[in-house]
Design a protein around this ligand. Structure first.
Ligand code: DAT
Ligand code: MG
Length: 139
């Protein structure tokens, strides 16, 4: 699909640390297009919808609390294979293990918190992307 879209979130840790420009720059430098963006503080209902797949995980409540802890930036990025391409730019979920050169590998580390704080979210499949974009950018 040539105009594939993905949902990227710059999480509260990324916004607090002043990394909005850095993350957007990495997306643009890779050649993807920023189609839409929106900065706001998410509420519980929106985050419970977004993270429904993790409802039974031990880190679920800390994850929702962390994601409500400050403003986030929601972004729709587009381009051929952007879903896997942004996951590659983001790096592994655990920032300790994320490769240097990736957003998480370069910019995050283990903070000893119950939930991993790793700067960004990126949709993991085309189904997730469609679902998540509709949550953050309702028509
Ligand atoms: P990803 O964000 O790489 O797609 P995920 O969807 O499995 O990872 O998890 C969502 C977020 O929850 C992740 O970015 C950080 C946190 N998380 C995941 N696994 C965790 C774990 N085992 N312990 C603590 N936090 C975790
Ligand atoms: Mg995920």
């Amino acid at each position: 699909m040539s105009n594939e879209k993905t949902l990227v979130l710059i999480k509260p840790d990324g916004v607090r640390r002043g990394l909005v420009g850095e993350v957007i720059s990495r997306i643009e430098s890779k050649g993807y297009l920023i189609e839409q963006s929106r900065m706001f503080t998410a509420d519980r209902a929106l985050l419970e919808d977004h993270y429904a797949e993790h409802k039974d995980k031990p880190f679920y409540e800390p994850l929702v609390e962390f994601m409500m802890s400050g403003p986030i930036v929601a972004i729709v990025a587009s381009g051929n294979r952007v879903i896997e391409g942004f996951r590659s730019l983001a790096g592994a979920t655990d920032p300790t293990l994320a490769a240097p050169g990736t957003i998480r590998g370069d910019l995050a580390r283990d903070q000893g918190t119950k939930v991993v704080q790793n700067i960004v979210h990126g949709s993991d499949s085309s189904e997730s992307a469609v679902r998540e974009i509709a949550i953050f950018f309702p028509k």
